[in-house]
Ligand binder design. Structure first.
Ligand code: SF4
Length: 189
């Protein structure tokens, strides 16, 4: 059932022309991971590698994310990963508000269908797109917010950690909090 729903929505995203981001799209980037995930990760938008492969977080940022998840005992295959925008903004710019709004129904359907225990947003744009604007991400991260009935934990984007390696520990500790919220304090993944 989840598979059918999400395949239909992904097919719509692949041919969507609701905002200008479709113009430079090689592949839309809908999701990766498990439909039965307890944890959902939401990023901003695809980059060049993701646009080529049609999968989220496969470039350098994704490699750092994978490394951190492994270090805290989480299997990325058990996590559902998506973005606010499904098409790559030119020159990796931040998506405009109207582009995020146009794309939001896809994410809304993904969240409704996956029904995760917790959503971790990566970067300022992702939490703004999901829960609205607020404090800067370095102050906002690590504190639980809500999207409808679902807990949302804002954290840092791995690309920011690549540029500022000392803050990688903050992303790691936020993902650890998410793991504990999803599974309790066991090693279950
Ligand atoms: Fe459609 Fe979203 Fe791509 Fe814009 S970013 S064209 S709304 S799928």
């Amino acid at each position: 059932m989840k598979l059918t729903v999400l395949q239909e929505v992904a097919a719509k995203a692949a041919t969507c022309i609701a905002c200008g981001l479709h113009k430079n799209r090689i592949k839309s980037v809908f999701s990766s991971g498990s439909f039965d995930a307890q944890i959902m990760i939401v990023g901003e938008a695809p980059g060049a590698d993701e646009d080529q492969q049609g999968l989220p977080f496969v470039g350098r940022s994704g490699q750092l994310l994978n490394k951190i998840l492994l270090e805290i005992g989480l299997d990325r295959g058990n996590i559902y990963v998506a973005n606010i925008c499904k098409c790559r903004p030119p020159d990796n710019r931040k998506p405009h508000p109207h582009e995020m709004s146009a794309c939001f129904p896809f994410l809304e359907k993904q969240i409704e269908t996956i029904n995760p225990k917790i959503i971790v947003t990566l970067g300022a744009t992702a939490i703004e797109g999901l829960c609205g604007s607020g404090l800067g991400i370095t102050k906002r991260r690590g504190k639980v917010e809500k999207y409808k009935e679902v807990d949302v934990l804002p954290s840092l984007h791995p690309s920011y950690c690549l540029r500022n390696p000392p803050v990688t520990k903050d992303l790691k500790s936020d993902l650890l909090i998410a793991k504990e919220m999803a599974y309790g304090k066991t090693d279950q993944t």
